[in-house]
Design a protein. Structure first.
Length: 349
């Protein structure tokens, strides 16, 4: 009887959530065909291996976790793909556009574990009320999935949260995930280790090259100024082209070098003075657009990981709070499962 009452409570609670929380509208809006198909395959495979209760709990917890990321992306106005379930890996959404800074990236990341926590939170009182080991399983899986995601290494959520605190935390995350992959012989953890190390090295090189990048951008801005200044006095397209080409050899950026194609095409043409002005202005417009794009990319890279101390502290406290609660939930869920009559029967106790 208690088990039936427990299910009645969860259904009632679910209906209440559906009627009150706006994020449910986001979930319904992004529930695409590919999500449903991949979810069904994922559910079927785990049901065959571990039973339908385990499969339903796992899919539910992972789906709500991913919807946390989707909800955050919508708040930040970042386009993302529908969630895709990958057997023996989990689920993922891909970003079609990167966040503007590490603070936004951290917000996008921690909303996954936050939603993940909210997903299994009702299972705690339901376990105490019904004594059903299924709710202990939900608590354990929910805690473990989201706690694992908090390891501070990209591409896990913890690595993206750590980006807003200090990229030095990635070293700790790399040691943890490497140790875990060796201890458990986990192929997935080993792949995460490789991706994390590669990403860390790439960002390290980007940050190290910022001084040279700054000089390069300053050179392009000065070149842009000189070209515009000379265009006012250029007597013809050939005169301007000759002057412009003197800068081309010093330009390293490929897209900026391609801007000179306009001048190359009209160099040998017989053009009027009006046409000369048109081609010169067209070149200057494209050149200026490329310079501004390069400048913006540099500024975003240079400031991406710079967050104020207040933001760092806030992100760290959120991270610490999530980690402690999820670790406690994982421990409690595991202990409750091991104490259940079903598990005792399986273990022969």
């Amino acid at each position: 009887m208690k088990n039936k009452k427990g299910w009645g409570v969860i259904i009632a609670a679910g209906l209440f959530v559906l009627s009150k929380f706006k994020f449910v509208l986001v979930i319904l809006k992004v529930l695409k065909f590919q999500t449903l198909i991949s979810m069904a395959v994922y559910l079927w495979m785990y049901a065959l291996l571990f039973g339908w209760k385990f499969a339903v709990a796992l899919v539910y917890l992972i789906f709500i976790h991913e919807m946390g990321h989707t909800y955050a992306a919508r708040k930040l106005k970042l386009p993302v793909s529908p969630a895709i379930f990958i057997p023996f890996v989990g689920a993922a959404i891909s970003m079609k556009e990167m966040p503007k800074n590490a603070k936004d990236e951290a917000y996008l990341a921690y909303m996954g574990p936050v939603f993940g926590l909210l997903a299994f939170l009702p299972a705690i009182p339901l376990y105490f009320y019904s004594g059903d080991s299924f709710w202990a399983l939900v608590i354990f899986l929910g805690g473990l999935i989201n706690l694992f995601n908090l390891i501070p290494i990209t591409p896990l959520d913890g690595g993206r949260i750590a980006a807003g605190i200090s990229t030095k935390l990635w070293a700790i995350g790399l040691i943890i995930i490497l140790g875990y992959s060796i201890y458990t012989f986990s192929f997935l953890a080993f792949i995460i280790t490789i991706v994390g190390a590669t990403t860390w090295y790439k960002i390290y090189k980007q940050q190290k090259n910022l001084v040279n990048d700054e000089k390069e951008v300053a050179t392009y801005i000065e070149t842009n100024r000189l070209l515009r200044e000379h265009s006012r006095n250029a007597s013809s397209i050939s005169n301007f082209t000759y002057f412009a080409r003197s800068f081309r050899s010093s330009i390293l950026n490929e897209s900026l070098r391609d801007s000179f194609d306009i001048l190359n095409k009209v160099e040998d043409l017989e053009t009027t003075e009006e046409q000369d002005k048109y081609y010169i202005n067209e070149f200057l417009l494209r050149f200026d657009e490329q310079v501004q794009k390069i400048k913006n990319e540099y500024e975003q890279t240079a400031t991406y990981y710079k967050t104020d101390n207040k933001t760092k502290l806030k992100l760290f406290m959120i991270y610490l709070g999530l980690a402690v609660f999820l670790a406690a939930s994982t421990y409690f869920g595991n202990a409750a499962i091991m104490e259940s009559e079903e598990m005792k029967t399986i273990l022969g106790k």
